[in-house]
Design a protein around this ligand. Sequence first.
Ligand SMILES: *Cc1c(COP(=O)(O)O)cnc(C)c1O
Length: 370
Amino acid sequence: MELPLLDLKAQYETIREEIQEAVLRVCASQRFILGPEVAALEEEVAACTGARFAVGVSSGTDALLASLMALDVGRGDEVITTAYSFFASAGVIARLGARPVFVDIDPDTFNMDPDAVVARLSPRTRVVMPVHLFGRCADLDTILEAAAERGVAVVEDAAQSFGAVDSRGRSAGAVGALGCFSFYPSKNLGAFGDGGMVITDDEALARRIRLLRVHGEEPKYHHRLVGGNFRLDSLQAAVLRVKLKHLGGWVEGRRRNARRYRELLEAVAPENRLVLPGDYPGHVYNQFVIRAPERDRLRAFLDKRGVATEIYYPLPLHQQECFQSLGYRAGDFPEAEAAARSSLALPIYPELTAAQQQYVGTHIRRFFGS
Ligand SMILES: *Cc1c(COP(=O)(O)O)cnc(C)c1O
């Protein structure tokens, strides 16, 4: 059996005609940049997240970058974020000349430890950037309270968590001052290329992001701010509008698959020190990440049997070569470093069948000799 980590062709088969119709609509209009498709997608995303404003941008990275630019983050400022995430979370901070201040994670959730954030708040802290990793909301209550006391903004990196809700029913991205999504094809809501979105309830911030998106231009050829080209394509928006209608069903599929993995692996988990992701109701399982001793051997064992897996992430952010000048060392964030050594993402895409999951479960059990 050959099992990829994600099977986008299987998903496309289920929506082929709707997608083709949407793409042809854009072809007929010959409007490629921003335009009515993007405006419609923005309205739909605002409605489904409960945010007042949504601004389509060129990628998840640019959503984060534009958000920090809108808050005037720059040289001399500190932004607190997690040591365990995709590179973009920290890269955007450094690109603006600000200092990424890393904190360790809660090993049970892979998300930033709120108490560690409070401990690292300083007079230079301008923003706290939690990441809702793998589709599970980070715990924001403590962070929001401490940040508000000091006038620090919270910018949520919800790139992996479109549609997720926290324990109080709030949508990922709609809790802090600004929330950022990525529509990279492997995300739960994925475009046919790059795309992203910023959501906010703050009208002034929404206006600033809209300006920054077009080089700060208003009116034409007059520039109020130095922004960038952060525009979203009409074709991407048209594809995303089709996919957004199916997202609820796909998330249900991912949750069902998470339940199946639990049934298959729960019995062998404790004795083999296998850790399954916590059963969190608002989780959207962009990734189903287990922790296993001898992770690399397990990965090779599964690979040999046709099961693709991935390591998110093999090297924490504070240990990246490009951040060496920040002065962090191995051992600074033991939980992030332990996660980098033990985490393994299994296929969880909605089209995965029960038989395919059984196959994965059987071989994981066999690896552990049960
Ligand atoms: C994917 C991702 C991003 C960046 O999104 P792009 O659309 O690829 O630029 C940022 N943060 C996290 C946590 C991500 O997973």
